[in-house]
Design a protein around this ligand. Structure first.
Ligand SMILES: NC(=O)c1ccc[n+]([C@@H]2O[C@H](COP(=O)([O-])OP(=O)(O)OC[C@H]3O[C@@H](n4cnc5c(N)ncnc54)[C@H](O)[C@@H]3O)[C@@H](O)[C@H]2O)c1
Ligand SMILES: [Zn+2]
Ligand SMILES: [Zn+2]
Length: 379
């Protein structure tokens, strides 16, 4: 089958690799109809996280069940399914309390949490390919209505829609409250969509990419272009000097200024300044325990020197981590089915798998208009 293979920094190619097969009674094989490229894929793509050459990319997957192992009895061949990016056993201590993002059994390295086609997330191949093996299929897979309606909306259920929602949940946004989201990438846009759905009275989205900020506005947010204004000042002024009730970090450790120079603590500093005393911050942007390519020495060892003193003085609550997709994906799917949520609106490019190298290049350079790329390997 064809698959998107990582060869080294800034180098992916579409190769023929061996088809996956049922290895365990609880496995299913999915024929991938849509696999997305994610901002998280760019960390290994840029060589900022080590990734073994020859690995197949892709953790945002959906498709049709092609084959199931003898232990699978809920999911059937022919079902249309969404594959959460967390790959989880369903029965360990963390899975049973809903933290599939920290499964204790799926990652043989011993690190909690496993996933498809991603460094340090276990030996599992990604789904930017024609076929994908899904372990513990009955537990992991989410059923979707048959047919091809809402394909792009449902494609957002494997990661970024739940992740954006998780940011808002960690920020404990209540109806009528205000929220500031740093980052208008796919995750920030999904956080904005989620915040509007949860009844925020105003949603600010900070970035400096005009095309992405325009999308944020389409999702009902107030765009704040940090290249033109001091974002903290603008948000503070717009909330009568009070600050927003809560905030979401949807940028991650490669936060940079409009000129492109990295300052890994700048987004946390902005949030801590813009959120009111006793407010809450949800951090879904990724920070790494080691980042040899970091601009600041401390950050090379995973130490991010944001303004913790002010965070403490203000009494802020900060939540972090990978999204446990299964906690939200069923309800978010139903919002799509009933026409309330339209996460697929942010997709800018639908491409054949053979176009993946160009897509990685353009998305990585954040070329105008390349917001969210989906590949259709079955096409
Ligand atoms: N926690 C999770 O489960 C989870 C899941 C998926 C993605 N992520 C992470 O979420 C983050 C965002 O993902 P994405 O796909 O949207 O990535 P992306 O790289 O497409 O978007 C990031 C956005 O942040 C903007 N930005 C950079 N510096 C900024 C600054 N100082 N102020 C304001 N905006 C700034 C960029 O212009 C860009 O639009 C990444 O770190 C990704 O790894 C986390
Ligand atoms: Zn992702
Ligand atoms: Zn588990």
């Amino acid at each position: 089958m064809k698959a998107v293979v990582y060869n080294g920094p800034f180098d992916v190619s579409v190769e023929n690799v061996e088809d996956p097969r049922i290895e365990d009674a609880n496995d299913a094989i999915i024929r991938i109809t849509t696999a997305n490229i994610c901002g998280s894929d760019l960390h290994p793509y840029e060589g900022r996280v080590e990734f073994e050459p020859g690995s197949v990319f892709g953790h945002e997957n959906m498709g049709i069940v092609e084959e199931v192992g003898p232990g699978v009895n809920r999911i059937k061949v022919g079902d249309r399914v969404s594959v959460p990016f967390n790959l989880a056993c369903g029965t360990c201590r963390n899975c049973t309390v809903g933290f599939t993002s920290a499964c204790l059994r799926a990652n043989p390295s011993g690190q909690p949490g496993a996933g498809y086609g991603y460094p340090m997330m276990g030996p599992y191949r990604g789904g930017q390919a024609e076929l994908l093996r899904v372990p513990w299929a009955d537990f992991n897979l989410l059923e979707l209505p048959a047919g091809n309606e809402h394909e792009l909306d449902f494609a957002m259920l494997s990661d970024i829609f739940p992740t954006g929602y998780h940011g808002v949940e960690l920020a404990k946004l209540a109806p009528g409250e205000t929220i500031a989201i740093w980052g208008a990438g796919p995750v920030g846009l999904m956080a904005a969509h989620s915040a509007v759905l949860r009844g925020a009275s105003q949603v600010f989205v900070v970035d400096f990419e005009p095309d992405r900020l325009a999308l944020a506005e389409q999702f009902g947010a107030t765009p704040v272009n940090a290249a033109d204004v001091d974002a903290v000042e603008a948000i503070t002024d717009a909330t009568d000097g009070f600050g927003v009730d809560c905030g979401v970090e949807a940028v991650g450790y490669q936060a940079h200024d409009p000129a492109g120079d990295e300052h890994p603590a700048m987004v946390m500093d902005g949030l801590i300044a813009a959120v009111r005393a006793t407010g809450r911050i949800g951090v879904v942007g990724v920070y790494e325990p080691e980042d040899p390519g970091a601009s600041a020495d401390a950050a090379k060892e995973g130490r991010y020197s944001f303004d913790f003193g002010t965070a403490f003085t203000k009494g802020l609550a900060i939540g972090t981590g990978q999204c446990p997709v299964k906690r939200y994906n069923r309800e978010l799917r139903d919002l799509v089915i009933r026409g309330v949520a339209t996460p697929g609106r942010l997709v800018s490019h639908e491409l054949a798998i053979t176009e993946a190298p160009r897509a990685y290049d353009q998305f990585d350079k954040r070329v105008d208009g390349w917001t969210k790329v989906v590949l259709h390997p079955a096409a």
